[in-house]
Design a protein around this ligand. Structure first.
Ligand SMILES: [Zn+2]
Length: 302
């Protein structure tokens, strides 16, 4: 059961979005700045994204007529402009994902503004004006939500507060939140990255992807929103993507689904709310203005 269901366009039963975060080798440079240039294996693992996986993914989308969203750090746009131009030429959305995949919680507000605007400039270099944002490692802060509103962004996609999109109100204005969660993120089943402290047993394509497909069935039954947060260097690998393609083909043939970019989904949610055609859940910030003060050793009223 979904408490505040959203009516999807043309009576579709479920909204769907596969989003790819093309981080490329930004991850090793931000985490090991002293010697990242000489760590060739992680560089090559990241470069697999723009060089090998993105062309493969774009070809599948072209064949199925899908327009989807990508999130790309500004540095990756400058380093791999061809991959990003191919996304834009295919009619896909490219959202803001920091500059060098910097964690907003690790920087002062002024530093964060610098990173953010440097990334925006990289987007503009390829003729793109991002309307959506996903924080690197999902670590959005209240400073960043303010910045998104100041810079005219329509939505964020970093929080985990619901199954379906909702409105996020702050003192500075209102964003649409297009929520994520770890159950449809491909790092847990498929990533193994010792250099950044991420050591997971890599699952087989079928068992890793099964978790995402089970999420789809639950959302389809409930009239919800199936949203994957994938990475070209992980789910874009040959064996995994082959299974995604086969699955996508059967879903597009047999189910009543609305595949869209997150920008289209955010616009739809905003318009439903403004037209009063449904009740869209509203959440508001701040959750807290300081860490909760809890006294050690005391429990409840007893
Ligand atoms: Zn990322």
């Amino acid at each position: 059961m979904i408490q505040y269901p959203i009516p999807w366009p043309n009576g579709a039963r479920c909204a769907c979005a596969i989003t790819f975060d093309m981080d490329a080798d930004s991850l090793i440079h931000i985490s090991r700045p002293k010697d990242s240039h000489n760590r060739l294996y992680p560089i090559s693992m990241g470069q697999y994204g723009p060089m090998v996986a993105v062309p493969r993914i774009l070809e599948t989308y072209r064949r199925f007529g899908l327009k989807q969203s990508f999130f790309v750090p500004g540095w990756c746009i400058e380093r791999y402009p061809g991959a990003v131009e191919a996304m834009l030429e295919g009619g896909h959305e490219v959202g803001h994902h920091g500059y060098l995949h910097e964690d907003p919680t690790a920087h002062s507000h002024d530093e964060q503004v610098d990173w953010f605007d440097r990334a925006l400039a990289a987007h503009r270099q390829v003729g793109n004006t991002p309307r959506g944002y996903r924080a690197p490692v999902y670590n959005i802060t209240q400073g960043v939500t303010d910045l998104l509103l100041e810079r005219g962004f329509a939505y964020d996609s970093s929080l985990m507060g619901d199954d379906i999109p909702y409105l996020l109100d702050t003192a500075a204005g209102s964003l649409v939140e297009v929520p994520v969660h770890w159950g449809t993120d491909d790092w847990p089943p498929f990533a193994h990255y010792d250099e950044i402290g991420y050591l997971m047993p890599v699952k087989s394509p079928s068992s890793g992807l099964a978790a995402f497909f089970e999420e789809f069935e639950a959302h389809y039954e409930a009239g919800g929103f199936w949203h994957c947060i994938w990475h070209p260097f992980l789910t874009g690998r040959l064996a995994r993507w082959r299974q995604v393609e086969t699955w996508l083909e059967s879903i597009l043939e047999s189910r009543d689904v609305w595949f869209a970019t997150l920008g289209e989904i955010a616009d739809h949610v905003r318009s439903i709310s403004e037209a009063g055609e449904g009740t869209v859940r509203r959440d508001s910030l701040p959750y807290y203005t300081e860490p909760p003060s809890v006294t050690a050793g005391r429990r409840g009223n007893g």
